[in-house]
Design a binder for this molecule. Structure first.
Ligand SMILES: *[C@@H]1O[C@H](CO)[C@@H](O)[C@H](O)[C@H]1NC(C)=O
Ligand SMILES: *[C@@H]1O[C@H](CO)[C@@H](O)[C@H](O)[C@H]1NC(C)=O
Length: 152
């Protein structure tokens, strides 16, 4: 029973969307060398606080968040994601305003939305519209191609 709970918890962590660096994490003066890589993201995209593609892999979440400018992180090294990935800020969905211009975007869901195989995605009008969906964790430019349609 306990083992099952632990397994589910670990699964839940891996499946979660992106995580915001707290002010405590940003102020950390010391990080362990433990290797549990994360993809740390800096908000450098012009005109948006909702998403960014400025990323680098860090040995663990502590060293990511202690790095100047890193605002949030995705679990695993950046190499585990598609090359041209853009990550949604974990709080992007709290913002209700998006322009409606058409800029085809494929939004990939976190594991709260599952597909039978492969990544689960949906087409969105633009990056803002994708990230405002709380289940979307990252984006690719253009319409979805090899991603399965989500049957939400
Ligand atoms: C994807 O990344 C490659 C290499 O990093 C780059 O040459 C290409 O222009 C990018 N494509 C898009 C659609 O951003
Ligand atoms: C997204 O749009 C493209 C182009 O219209 C289509 O081929 C694809 O099946 C769509 N994918 C999803 C997941 O809706």
């Amino acid at each position: 029973m306990n083992k099952l709970l632990i397994a589910l918890t670990i699964l839940g962590l891996c499946a979660a969307a992106n995580f915001k660096c707290t002010s405590e994490m940003k102020a950390a003066k010391f990080c362990t060398m433990e290797y549990m890589p994360v993809c740390g993201i800096k908000m450098a995209e012009k005109g948006s606080s909702k998403y960014s593609s400025v990323k680098a892999t860090y040995g663990n979440k502590c060293s990511a968040c202690a790095t100047e400018g890193v605002e949030f992180y995705a679990v695993g090294s950046c190499d585990e994601y598609p090359k041209n990935v853009t990550f949604c800020h974990p709080e992007a969905h709290l913002d209700l305003a998006c322009t409606r211009e058409l800029n085809p975007t494929c939004g990939l869901f976190d594991n709260s939305i599952t597909c039978s195989k492969g990544p689960c995605g949906s087409n969105f009008s633009n990056k803002c519209m994708a990230c405002i969906n709380e289940h979307v964790s990252y984006l690719l430019t253009g319409f979805c191609q090899n991603q399965e349609q989500n049957k939400q």
